[in-house]
Every structure is written in C-alpha cells, then in structure tokens.
Design a protein around this ligand. Structure first.
Ligand SMILES: N[C@@H](CCC(=O)N[C@@H](CS)C(=O)NCC(=O)O)C(=O)O
Length: 229
C-alpha cells in the first residue's frame, strides 16, 4: 500500500504548493518509495487523521502517522546518504534553518497575496485572517512595494551561489535532502508567483532546473505561476 501524503492545495487540487510537502515528495521519489498525495485544503488540515493534525505534510503509512517534514525524512532515511550519512543530520538541519530564516521569510511576504488568491473562498478567509493578524496589516499593504525587496533576495542567495561554483548540488555531485529543502522553497515561489524576478543567468536558476528534472521531472508536474507586478 502506498504511503498517503496529505498535500496542501488551493482551489486547484492539481497545483500543490507547500514547500514542506514538496521537499517530502522529492525525498520519497529519491528513495523510490511509492506515495499517494491526498489534496488537502487549509481548512481541512484540522479534520484529517481524527483531528490530531495541525500542519502539513502529514503522512499515514499503515499504522504510522507522522507530522513534520523532517520527522518524516528521519523515519525513512536516518543514517542514509540522503541525510548526509550517519552524522549528516545536523548540517541538513542547518540548511533547513537557513532556508526558513532567509528564503521562507522573504517568499512568505512576497507571495502572500498570490497564495491567498489561489485558495477557495473558505480558505481565503481562514488564511487572510491568520496572516493579517500575524503581519499587523492587510495582505495588499504587505505586498504593495514588494519590488523594493528584490535586491535583498539576491543578497540572501549568495551562499548558495558560491557553493554552486564548486558543486552541482548541495549534496555534492548528487542531490540530498538539503537540496530538497531549498528546492521546496523555490518551488513554492515558482508555483504561487513565478521565478521571473530572479535573473535567468543566476546560478540558482541552473541548479533549480536540475532539481526540477530529477525523478522523471516530478517538479515539472505543476506549471510556473504568473508574475503579477
Ligand atoms: N516544520 C513543519 C512546517 C509545516 C508547515 O508550516 N506547514 C504549513 C503549510 S506549508 C501548514 O500546514 N500550515 C497550516 C496553517 O497555516 O494553518 C514541517 O517542516 O513539516
């Protein structure tokens, strides 16, 4: 029986966009583990798995239920090359911290309104209320001058750009979970907004395309969003 992966979607069940769900799907494909994605909307999260679940991804594998992408990858790949080998977990955790503090924080402002517009009416109300309380302003205000933050994104990409001068992937010559963590962030931006704000000759774009092509082009299953500036 395939592993069930509750996968975050908006109005369109064929456009899953969550960064954490994407990194988990890339991990399953990397390990050759069969999985079935279950499209799940924001307001459905609290109802799955008997109401115990607060975030996605969550997986159900026969009698095991795991919430949180890193806990899921540890269950399937602890000690394997995918997690950087026996002692690699801490360094992959660092990549997660870097990605979330430097990339998610930027994308989570840039694409907030784009994400909201992808949701159905009930989810829009849920999402908007929670995010506007968090940011202390309307989503429209939050993104009003988002172009001003473009240089900041390019600055934040420098460590990745420098690494990519020496290696094809964060894992070295082959991808590992560190690649899938950062891929998840860019895939989130690509689907909800697009990657057109990043210069097409930036090293990160070449690396991202290599990741999109992995595992029979799994990442290509969802097309790029529209840039609305
Ligand atoms: N640390 C968690 C973070 C998961 C997370 O934040 N998931 C978001 C979707 S990308 C979620 O489920 N949010 C539910 C909500 O905002 O109500 C992981 O890596 O799995």
């Amino acid at each position: 029986m395939p592993v069930l992966l509750y996968d975050l979607v908006g109005k369109d069940p064929l456009r899953p966009f969550s960064p954490h769900c994407w990194k988990t799907k890339m991990m399953f494909a990397h390990l050759g583990l069969e999985f079935e994605a279950v499209p799940t909307r924001f307001t459905e999260v609290a109802q799955i798995e008997g109401g115990k679940c607060t975030s996605l991804p969550t997986i159900r594998d026969v009698d095991i239920c795991i919430q949180d992408s890193f806990e899921i990858v540890k269950h399937y790949a602890l000690g394997k090359p995918l997690l950087g080998g026996p002692d690699g977990e801490a360094l992959v955790r660092f990549t997660e911290s870097w990605s979330q503090s430097q990339l998610h924080s930027w994308i989570g402002k840039w694409a907030m309104l784009d994400i909201c517009n992808m949701l159905n009416e009930e989810d829009q109300l849920f999402f908007r209320t929670k995010r506007e309380k968090m940011f202390g302003q309307t989503l429209e205000n939050l993104v009003a001058s988002r172009e001003d933050s473009l240089n900041e994104l390019i600055n934040r990409l420098l460590p990745l750009k420098l690494l990519l001068r020496r290696h094809d992937f964060l894992g070295g010559e082959v991808p590992d979970f560190a690649d899938y963590i950062v891929f998840g962030a860019f895939q989130w931006l690509r689907i909800t907004s697009s990657l057109k704000m990043i210069p097409h000759d930036h090293a990160v774009i070449d690396w991202f395309k290599r990741c999109l092509d992995l595992h029979d082009g799994l990442g290509h299953n969802v097309s790029e969003g529209e840039l609305t500036i």
